[in-house]
Design a protein around this ligand. Structure first.
Ligand SMILES: [Zn+2]
Ligand SMILES: [Zn+2]
Ligand SMILES: [Zn+2]
Length: 57
């Protein structure tokens, strides 16, 4: 079996612009996030710290 398909999705955080591959993403409740911070809804109010992304909803 060859399954080299790398599926990329946008982080499910609404204000986040990051694209993550499913294999690297943080999965939570069936959604994919670029980081634990996004997955947790930015509890500390800080962003995901990825360059060019200003999400901190
Ligand atoms: Zn981000
Ligand atoms: Zn994110
Ligand atoms: Zn975010």
């Amino acid at each position: 079996m060859t399954s080299a398909t790398v599926t990329q999705v946008k982080c499910a955080c609404p204000s986040c612009v990051c694209i993550v591959s499913i294999s690297d993403a943080i999965q939570k409740a069936g959604k994919y996030y670029c980081s634990d911070i996004c997955a947790d809804g930015h509890p500390t109010g800080s962003g995901c710290s990825h360059h060019g992304c200003e999400c901190h909803a």
